[in-house]
Design a binder for this molecule. Structure first.
Ligand code: HEC
Ligand code: HEC
Ligand code: HEC
Length: 105
C-alpha cells in the first residue's frame, strides 16, 4: 500500500515536471525579420509570472508548436500576440525597444 502511494506520487511528480520543463528550458528563435533574430526565452517568461494559458489561448498562440502563428509588428503594435504584454504596461513597450527583441547576428 505504501509502495503504491510512493509510486503514484512519483508518477504525478514526473508528469508535472515534464509539462513544466518544456517551455522553461526552451528558447525559440524567430529569424524572419530584417531587424534581426528575436529570441523568445521560455524560462524568462515563466519567471516573469506568466502561465501557459496567458499565451496559449485561442486569441494568441493556440498551438504549442513553433511556426503556427505569423507574427508581424502591426499585430504587436495593435496589442495582439507579443503586444498583449509588450505595450509598456505588463512588459516593456515594443515601439521604443526594438533591440531588446531584435538582435543582429
Ligand atoms: C509569454 C508567452 C508564452 C508563455 C507564457 C508560454 N508560451 Fe509556449 N510558446 C509561446 C510562443 C510564442 C510559441 C511559438 C508559437 C508559434 O510560433 O506559433 C510557443 C511554443 C511552445 C511550444 C513549442 C516549442 C517548439 O519548439 O515548437 C511548446 C511545447 C510550448 N510553447 C509549451 C508551453 C508551456 C507548457 C507553457 C507553460 C508552462 C508555455 N508554453 C508558456 C509563448 C508562450
Ligand atoms: C503574457 C505576457 C507576455 C507575452 C505575451 C510576451 N512577453 Fe515577452 N516578456 C514579458 C515580461 C513580463 C518580460 C520581462 C521584462 C519586462 O517586465 O518588461 C518579458 C521579457 C521579454 C524579453 C527579454 C528582453 C530583455 O531585455 O530582457 C524578450 C526578448 C521578450 N519578452 C520577447 C517576447 C516575444 C518575442 C513575445 C511574443 C512571441 C513575447 N515576449 C510575449 C511578458 C510577455
Ligand atoms: C517584443 C518583441 C519585439 C519587439 C520589441 C520588436 N519586435 Fe519586431 N518582431 C518581433 C517578432 C517575434 C517578429 C516576427 C519575426 C519572425 O517571424 O521571424 C518581428 C518582426 C518584425 C519585422 C518583420 C515583419 C513585419 O511586421 O514587418 C520587422 C520589420 C520588425 N519586427 C521591426 C521591428 C522594429 C522597427 C521594432 C522597434 C520599433 C521592433 N520590431 C520591435 C518581435 C519584436
Amino acid at each position: 500500500m505504501q509502495r503504491l502511494a510512493v509510486l503514484i506520487v512519483t508518477i504525478l511528480f514526473l508528469s508535472a515536471t515534464v509539462v513544466l520543463a518544456v517551455p522553461a528550458k526552451k528558447t525559440i528563435e524567430f529569424t524572419k525579420s530584417p531587424m534581426g533574430v528575436v529570441t523568445f526565452d521560455g524560462t524568462l517568461h515563466k519567471e516573469a509570472g506568466n502561465k501557459c494559458k496567458d499565451c496559449h489561448n485561442t486569441e494568441m498562440f493556440p498551438k504549442m508548436k513553433q511556426g503556427t502563428v505569423t507574427i508581424t509588428m502591426d499585430e504587436i503594435y495593435a496589442g495582439n500576440l507579443c503586444g498583449v504584454c509588450h505595450n509598456g504596461d505588463r512588459a516593456f513597450d515594443a515601439k521604443s525597444n526594438c533591440a531588446r527583441c531584435h538582435v543582429k547576428k
